[in-house]
Design a protein around this ligand. Sequence first.
Ligand SMILES: O=C(O)CCC(=O)C(=O)O
Ligand SMILES: [Fe+2]
Length: 210
Amino acid sequence: MITEVSILPIQSVYSIDNHIITATVLNEEPLLMKFDRVLSDEECQALIDSAASRLEKSKLANKEVSQIRTSSGMFFDENESPLITIIENRISSLMHVPIVHAEGLQVLKYEPGQEFKEHYDFFGSNNPSSDNNRMSTLIIYLNDVEEGGETTFPSLEITVKPVKGSAVYFEYFYSNQALNELTLHSGKPVIRGEKWVTTQWMRKQRIREC
Ligand SMILES: O=C(O)CCC(=O)C(=O)O
Ligand SMILES: [Fe+2]
């Protein structure tokens, strides 16, 4: 039985700026969805190309290089190029959250052996960022991974395989904290090939000017 309202209106097809995005519900509460063809192959490659020279070893919120996330990453500035603006606006429409609630788009690159261990995307109550906490996540896969690199949700027993241009969505804006905690997830180690993702986090309140 579903007891709380989701942020996203659940549909099997979303039509956004001439892109037909098909959706599959993987779990109803907390809502976990998979989207196909959020980005075109050209858009995926353009994001990889513009991120590649700007990657740094991933840091956690406390700025320490961590063993939780061994990938390298970067953040695009808000609206930093026409491509970023188009993608940010498409994502905002898809996630049903105004763009002013969006953090800058993050890109992560994983090489074989690199992973993102189990974590929540929302901030704990002792983190100052929890005053305007995150409420939903969209992870878009920018390439096909030869082996490994799945995103897994151990409490829900759900695993999503990276497919270029497709995405996994989940939200954790429930009044029942136990539902939010079911969104624990990890990026499994890449075994062969590279894995590139772009992640959009949405905040509960405005975080940018426009
Ligand atoms: O790479 C993945 O599959 C997970 C990424 C992730 O959890 C995040 O960016 O918060
Ligand atoms: Fe995450």
